[in-house]
Write a protein that binds this ligand. Structure first.
Ligand SMILES: NC(=O)c1ccc[n+]([C@@H]2O[C@H](COP(=O)([O-])OP(=O)(O)OC[C@H]3O[C@@H](n4cnc5c(N)ncnc54)[C@H](O)[C@@H]3O)[C@@H](O)[C@H]2O)c1
Length: 480
């Protein structure tokens, strides 16, 4: 029996406009479920009450413009057929999240007209699981108002779920994007492995959301370029070099260039593989133009834009569900917790600085795929094993006077702990990416950042709490 709870809220945005949204908490079981000692519910759906697009749009009122923030440049401009210059419109789906917020500000600063689409579900996951960002993050409404007050630049906001096609269609018709950057997915492998309901939620949210974006482009903006965030995790760890999306194979005397084999290792990673297949198919069938950015693990928190004001600060996850390797190690070092190396620590992956995430997306938008082209870029700058990262953090921590040691903890995942790994990543470099490499100074600054906020760390959230082998059909309960 479904359990329904609905709330209607309204927020004053300006004298003339109000944002209305309705939240519906729809549980698949009659009772609330619990995870990790925090009360948790089945995923909450946020949807807009009104279908009229004007109500979806927030425009913060203009205040003054800080000199510091004025790094105006015109890379967001495009020429119309009559030679006039207009600003390229970019819809950032998932623009309230870790990569999306930094990217939305970066593109806005570069002169693009930006709209954020987000259902704010990531904030709800934290509430459900009793987690929090290391950094105190402001509401999306405050973030956008502060950006406007500092720079004079508008970012439009559409609060809603892209799995609801009517909402997405209204957002498309209202904003008319030239490019869509799609970050709006459930992106944690451990979250997708908690139980049956989270596995199903992850695959439904990610696959149906992406499918809706593809249909919206086909219906309303055929020329729009889709820039979709995939993950290097789609490839797994094959015993041969990983190419950028495609591999040329000779088999029984015949040769073809085929999509590179995918060997995903969680229900989350599998959702991304399915996204890639759907996108590739619609490029062929409908002539959609798309770039799949197979991103590595992102680290860091500051970008030029998020550093301007505390209301613009980005989230930094360090917990066992949403935290990613290097960010987690830096926070562990800051609070004197041993670095948690999973198993043998030979797991090798591609990594990149969040400043390069925003740069890569900008490069992809500025150099769009051709109609019908399904382009794949491997988006990372360096590869490291977990043991190498632990050694780098230990060394950098010692320089700051921190006592850092690494321990091996039982690996909650099912993955190779020692393996060959050599992934190509030349296409974004060829288009002009200038990587920020993981130098000692960067580690120092990431570590310093973690030290600055260490009083906010809940050390109970550090150890991994989700096992790939013990995944349950039933939601976890307090007693379980
Ligand atoms: N963070 C990394 O290290 C990393 C690495 C590789 C790939 N990626 C990919 O980059 C993308 C962004 O990752 P992130 O770390 O910023 O994640 P995040 O969870 O911080 O942000 C995702 C945002 O999307 C929103 N969202 C989710 N489902 C939605 C829906 N149905 N409708 C509207 N909004 C929705 C969330 O509320 C959130 O704000 C993801 O697709 C992820 O798979 C991230």
């Amino acid at each position: 029996m479904a359990h329904l709870l609905s709330t209607t809220c309204s927020l004053d945005v300006s004298s003339s406009k109000k944002l209305h949204f309705k939240s519906i908490n729809q549980c698949s079981t009659p009772n609330p479920t619990c995870f990790n000692m925090g009360i948790s519910f089945s995923p909450l759906k946020l949807s807009l009450q009104s279908k009229r697009s004007a109500k979806y749009v927030i425009r913060a009122s203009a205040v003054s413009m800080s000199q510091e923030a004025r790094t105006q440049n015109d890379s967001g401009s495009q020429q119309t057929t009559d030679g006039a210059s207009t600003r390229k419109k970019v819809m950032v789906i998932g623009g309230d999240g870790y990569c999306g917020w930094a990217t939305a500000l970066h593109l806005s600063n570069k002169g693009y007209e930006v709209a954020i689409v987000d259902n704010l579900i990531r904030r709800l996951f934290d509430d459900q699981l009793g987690l929090d960002s290391l950094t105190p993050i402001s509401s999306i409404h405050n973030r956008i108002r502060r950006w406007k007050s500092l720079t004079g630049k508008d970012i439009q906001l559409f609060v809603g779920d892209i799995c609801e096609f009517e909402f997405l269609a209204e957002a498309f018709k209202s904003f008319e994007p030239d490019a869509v950057v799609h970050f709006g997915e459930q992106r944690s492998a451990p979250y997708s492995m908690i139980d049956r309901s989270r596995a199903i939620y992850t695959q439904h949210n990610n696959v149906i959301g992406t499918l809706n974006v593809l249909f919206a482009i086909k219906e309303f903006r055929e020329e729009c370029h889709l820039v979709k965030l995939g993950t290097m995790g789609e490839y797994g760890t094959p015993n041969i070099d990983i190419e950028e999306g495609y591999i040329t194979i000779t088999h029984n005397g015949r040769t073809d260039t085929l999509p590179y084999p995918k060997q995903a290792s969680s229900f989350y990673h599998l959702s991304k593989v399915h996204d890639s297949h759907n996108i590739a198919f619609t490029c062929k069938a409908w002539g959609i133009r798309a770039t799949d950015l197979n991103q590595g693990v992102v680290y860091g928190v500051r970008t030029d834009e998020t550093a301007i004001h505390e209301d613009l600060v980005n989230r930094l996850d360090y917990d066992g569900v949403f935290g990613t390797a290097l960010n987690r190690f830096c926070v562990q070092a800051a609070v004197g917790h041993p670095l948690t190396v999973y198993g043998k620590g030979g797991q090798t992956r591609g990594y990149l600085d969040i400043r390069d995430t925003v740069q890569c997306v900008e490069i992809a938008i500025a150099n769009p795929a051709k109609p019908g082209e399904f382009r794949v870029f491997n988006q990372f700058t360096e590869q490291f094993s977990v043991n190498e990262l632990a050694a780098l953090v230990t060394k950098a921590g010692q320089k700051l006077g921190l006592e850092v040691k690494a321990i091996s903890v039982p690996n909650p995942r099912v993955e190779a702990e020692e393996h060959y790994y050599n992934a190509k990543h030349t296409k974004l470099i060829e288009l002009g990416l200038q990587p920020h490499l993981l130098s000692d100074s960067l580690l120092d600054s990431l570590l310093n950042f973690a030290v600055q906020y260490k009083d906010r760390v809940d050390t109970k959230q550090i150890m991994p709490s989700v096992s790939w082998k013990k995944i349950g059909a039933k939601p976890k309960t307090v007693a379980a």
